[in-house]
Design a binder for this molecule. Structure first.
Ligand SMILES: Nc1ncnc2c1ncn2[C@@H]1O[C@H](COP(=O)(O)OP(=O)(O)OP(=O)(O)O)[C@@H](O)[C@H]1O
Length: 670
């Protein structure tokens, strides 16, 4: 990919103007949730999204992140009070420091005039100032630390809660899932854990230093002005010159390489995380070499960026150091002649040096902190991108709940009443794949309608990649792009069983109770019984129910799938199970046993699977195929005049009774 260089001033202005227009447009759109067309347009336009994330001003985002802290209903008020205390302590510290410079000046003058009393009095005053200032500094540090901790806690809790929440009525709108499938945000975990910590730390110190600098400049400028107004003007001009040259000349380059470096480091780590997560597959493929070459390419690019960053930093350091050292000559040069002419006392030289150092240090703060500033700007952009993505997700959830939006612009979901004979009803469901950057959305089903009553079970079959699992995801509420209605019995009574079950980090008991790991009603005897029913009783020969182990790597996939079935047995409220190749890793005897248990235990279930043996455990079959391909769609039409054709479009559907299905002799196509 071409490397983005800092652009020209006019280019920047034009871009800024366009971005501001887009941000205004985005805010307006966000406020108009019921304007579904606009919301959809924004959602499906990756360019507007990227532009928004990358270019709405860093300052604006930083202010937003700060404002949200002080507006936090839990600790916002306390934070404001503590901030006020912190500022008062800072004022006290600076006042002491100003007084100290005066004491030092008097003491030096007394020394030069051989005034013994003045000298000892000066020394005594130095001791007093130190005794007063020390507890003030300690208290100021303490309040600063507590404020930083509160800020981090508020930001982390807010983003993590929004990221992990299951908002939305009916449909499951877990934002962590939506972000994962859309590929919109890389490494949200790193952003929540590390970027927030770095941002809060650097931003807090910057705010603190800026405030300290501002107050010091005001105080010491007064001191310098009282010695000589001209000296004061010289110092300010000198420091401003250095700040402008470094901020405009070096700043954009340092920020550019810093940004690139953070992104490349995240990519590098992500590659290694993927190897760890897929260690077995990589090892089977003997893919170490391929992974190493991939890692090596990424690492070389990272080193290249670091090297270019070093060149820029070196140039910046030369300028910065030279400029700083020059001040040692400039300070005496300014006040020395006045002392020699007898216009100022000797102590004014040390007082000027101190004031000069403070004002210069303050004005060159940006110069000194340019790397931290670039670093924090990168973190702010990443946090802002996450914040925007989460906000968009929440807005979409709200929009999906507006009357008229659900059903037309996204799949609506409703809970069926307990008296309804159906446990699942699909009405004219058109299902799309989720929006993803640079990927065109596919239509997986068009106008699909079907009904599953209590006591019925449905097997979904069809060629690989046709959309069987996706349909199950839509029924489970994970995917909702498209239109139509999916009504099903209460969400708590639906159990989703993926091909690779999730193994919780906890004990064997927790695995079986997941997600209700705090459930204290289910007894150990019931858990053991469930394990025995799914032929996992032998696990107890080697493990205790309370053993906390890495179950995902200890148990085979078939055993994990049986654990998932045992979970259903322990949840009496479950009425409908959605099984996505949930027995694919089990042997035929175990598979038959698991389905027999389901038939005894549940009202209904829907399975996706390829094995012909599954047919005997289902009352109905839904065959998904590409329309217009006679080899697949033809036999169904011929075989089942009784079966209702429920779709038109790219994919066709037939809901057949098992007898019709077998009569059509389609089993050989499974
Ligand atoms: N997260 C995703 N984002 C976008 N498209 C996806 C996503 N997951 C799957 N798809 C696409 O949706 C289509 C249907 O996938 P799905 O997993 O539903 O097929 P399937 O019929 O279950 O296949 P198989 O029998 O091989 O498991 C595929 O073309 C796939 O590329």
């Amino acid at each position: 990919m071409a490397e983005r260089q800092p652009s020209s001033k006019w280019g920047d202005r034009l871009r800024l103007f366009r971005v501001r227009a887009r941000v205004r447009c985005f805010r307006k759109r966000r406020d108009d949730l019921d304007d579904d067309l606009l919301t959809q347009d924004l959602e499906s336009d990756p360019k507007s999204r990227e532009a928004l994330e990358a270019e709405s001003s860093v300052l604006h985002s930083a202010l937003f992140l700060t404002r949200s802290f002080f507006a936090d209903p839990l600790i916002g008020r306390r934070a404001i009070c503590l901030s006020a205390v912190s500022v008062i302590l800072l004022l006290a510290e600076i006042s002491c420091f100003l007084y100290f410079s005066k004491v030092q000046g008097n003491y030096m003058t007394a020394l030069q005039q051989k005034d013994v009393d003045g000298f000892y009095h000066g020394l005594w005053m130095v001791g007093v100032v130190i005794m007063v200032i020390s507890p003030i500094i300690a208290l100021h540090e303490y309040t600063g630390g507590v404020l930083r901790m509160w800020w981090r806690s508020s930001l982390t809790k807010r983003l993590a809660k929004s990221y992990l929440s299951n908002s939305g009525a009916g449909q499951s709108h877990s934002l962590f899932y939506r972000l994962a499938i859309s590929g919109e945000i890389d490494n949200p975990d790193q952003r929540i854990c590390q970027d927030i910590a770095d941002f809060v730390d650097v931003a807090f110190r910057l705010v603190q230093d800026t405030l300290r600098t501002f107050l010091s400049i005001m105080g010491f400028a007064g001191v310098l002005y009282s010695i000589s107004p001209m000296i004061c003007v010289y110092v300010v001009v000198y420091a401003l010159f250095g700040t402008l040259v470094s901020a405009l000349g070096f700043g954009p380059w340092i920020a550019h390489f810093q940004h690139k470096r953070v992104r490349q480091e995240a990519d590098l780590r992500y590659g290694l995380i993927r190897v760890r997560e897929n260690a077995e597959s990589v090892a089977f493929f003997r893919g170490g070499e391929a992974e190493w070459s991939n890692f090596s390419d990424h690492f070389t690019s990272l080193l290249d960026t670091i090297y270019k960053g070093i060149l820029v930093s070196s140039g910046y350091s030369v300028f910065n150091r030279t400029f700083h050292w020059a001040t040692f000559a400039v300070s005496p040069l300014l006040v020395g002649p006045a002392y020699l002419r007898g216009e100022v006392p000797f102590g004014a030289i040390s007082q000027t040096s101190m004031a000069f150092g403070s004002i210069f240090g303050g004005l060159t703060l940006i110069m000194d902190r340019i790397e931290s500033l670039s670093n924090v700007a990168v973190r702010i952009r990443r946090l802002q991108a996450l914040e925007l993505a989460l906000q968009r997700g929440e807005d979409n959830v709200k929009a999906a709940q507006l009357p008229g939006f659900a059903g037309k612009s996204c799949i609506a979901s409703q809970e069926l009443s307990a008296s309804d004979p159906a446990v699942l009803r699909l009405r004219e469901v058109t299902l799309l794949t989720p929006p993803r950057n640079e990927v065109i959305q596919q239509t997986l089903s068009r106008q699909l309608s079907l009904e599953l009553c209590g006591g019925q079970s449905l097997l979904i079959v069809g060629e690989s990649g046709i959309g069987k699992s996706s349909l199950l995801r839509a029924i489970a509420g994970l995917w909702s792009d498209g239109s139509g209605h999916i009504d099903l019995c209460s969400r708590d009574s639906v159990f989703f069983m993926p091909q690779k079950p999730y193994m919780f980090l906890g004990s064997l008991r927790d695995q079986l109770l997941y997600p209700h790991v705090r459930d204290s009603i289910t007894t150990d005897a019931q858990i053991v019984d469930a394990l025995r029913q799914v032929n996992l009783g032998s696990l107890l020969d080697h493990h205790n129910l309370s053993d906390t182990k890495d179950w995902a790597s200890l148990l085979s996939l078939g055993q994990q799938q049986r654990i998932n079935f045992a979970r259903v047995l322990l949840r009496p409220q479950v009425q409908l199970a959605l099984i996505d190749e949930g027995t694919s890793a089990c042997d035929p005897a175990n598979e038959a046993q698991l389905y027999r248990l389901l038939q005894q235990r549940l009202r209904s279930y829907v399975s996706v699977g390829h094995r012909p043996a599954l047919q005997q455990f289902h009352s109905h079959v839904l065959w998904m195929s590409q329309a217009g391909q006679p080899g697949q769609a033809g036999p169904v039409a011929e075989a089942s005049s009784a079966a209702r054709q429920v779709s038109s479009g790219p994919t066709s559907f037939r809901k057949l009774t098992m007898a019709e299905y077998q009569q059509a002799n389609l089993s050989n196509q499974l």
